[in-house]
Design a protein around this ligand. Sequence first.
Ligand SMILES: Nc1nc2c(ncn2[C@@H]2O[C@H](COP(=O)(O)OP(=O)(O)OP(=O)(O)O)[C@@H](O)[C@H]2O)c(=O)[nH]1
Ligand SMILES: [Mg+2]
Length: 480
Amino acid sequence: MGEEDSEHIKMKFGENDTIAAISTPPGESGIGIVRLSGPKAMRIAQKVFRDKRFSKVDIEKFPSHTAHYGLIVDPRHQEIIDEAILILMKKPKTYTREDVVEFDCHGGILSLKRVLEVLINSGARIAEPGEFTKRAFLSGRIDLSQAEAVIDLIQAKSESSRKASLAQLEGGLKKKITTLRGKLVEIFAEIEAPLDFPDQEIEELSEIKLQKRLEEILKEVTTLLATLDYGKILSEGVNTVIIGKTNVGKSSLFNTLLKEERAIVTPLPGTTRDTLEELVNIKGVIFRLIDTAGLKNPENLVEEISLQRRGNFLAKADLILAMFEVSSQLSEEDKEIIQEINQARERNQKVIIVENKIDLKEELEREKLLELLNIKDSVRISLKAHRGIDKLEEELSNAVLQGLVIPPDGVIINNVRQAEALKRAKKGLEYALEGVNRKMPYDLLSIDLKDSLDALGEITGDSINEEIINHIFSRFCIGK
Ligand SMILES: Nc1nc2c(ncn2[C@@H]2O[C@H](COP(=O)(O)OP(=O)(O)OP(=O)(O)O)[C@@H](O)[C@H]2O)c(=O)[nH]1
Ligand SMILES: [Mg+2]
């Protein structure tokens, strides 16, 4: 984006105010950052900043990218609010490409709020959620897929999702899409040129070459589209429901995997009534673990409701952890659960079979269980003796990673907006290919190719409309 373009766009979005926000999460630590960005950033900072002798300083004379110790005062009554380190970053080498002043403050959230307040009183406007990043995008500093990675990074719940966000932030997706667009533009030009300049005797692209080149792009778009599941797992977690008859140890397993005594565990059957849900990172994969009530004949309204809830979660699960206990023979409930498992498999839900309580005397007809489930082996554990847990965790993460498209270049998509755009790009390519096969005139193909180009451009923000931009940036936290 050129300097002039970005000025124009900024005017259109009302981006000429100087904005301020607390940019550290609340309650994290005693230190916090308050950030100013915009044309009046230095002038506003000037009003509230004093050096350690309480004298006014000429901030505009500070060299860019330098830090200065001093005090923040309320200019109305010269009251000291906090001591702070002022960091000056003059445009254009800043995140927003505007003048940025950061105050590294020492006080807690209350004094951060007061710092923000005096900045507002001195002429800044409070930033909207995501506005700093939105400005960075509008000034061409980052592209849209990078901006989204910033949000995902803020919300990252595991190391692997953090890494994926980072990779994306580094523009992996942008690079890939830009390359694909480049290839399409080339084809587009080669098709159009002989049509636009018929007297130039430009050689027409042969059908075979055109087909091959389109197929290559289509393949890449399809692969990228297939990374959505993985991207979503990284950012949202795998819905994993623990089921089994009462007392098999579901809540014990839930707690063990969470490494926290979250659910109530008792020797009484029917302990868990409501469903419990927690996020946990197991070997780099994020699971949304759900503990459910044990399967039994409902004897009252509460039990009926808990069975209903269990059913709802079961239907939505990506992965089911089905538990049996080796210490008792197969019961009617166990058989019902076997049926549920077989139905779940038909719905393409993944199932892991767990046999618990291997520290106790074995009464379970194991051969029969495996036969009914049509499996060769299961994961055998004892939650009491803490045996087999590592193996189970291994199985959990393998079950998720199996069959997933994990791109070697780390480029993934992880939201529906990106997927929708890719689907449209894919469709355009498929239509164009069909056209080539049916020997349609080239100028008709270019309509489909243009659709693909536009769709791809939407991912990086190269043909973005205002509505989409606002939708994305409203997902941000204030101060980022
Ligand atoms: N010996 C033995 N006892 C276990 C093991 N795992 C769980 N238990 C015990 O089994 C009982 C039931 O455990 P829970 O985790 O509450 O079982 P649950 O499946 O959640 O039960 P409900 O919520 O009632 O359906 C408790 O007394 C646990 O201590 C195990 O591996 N070995
Ligand atoms: Mg329970």
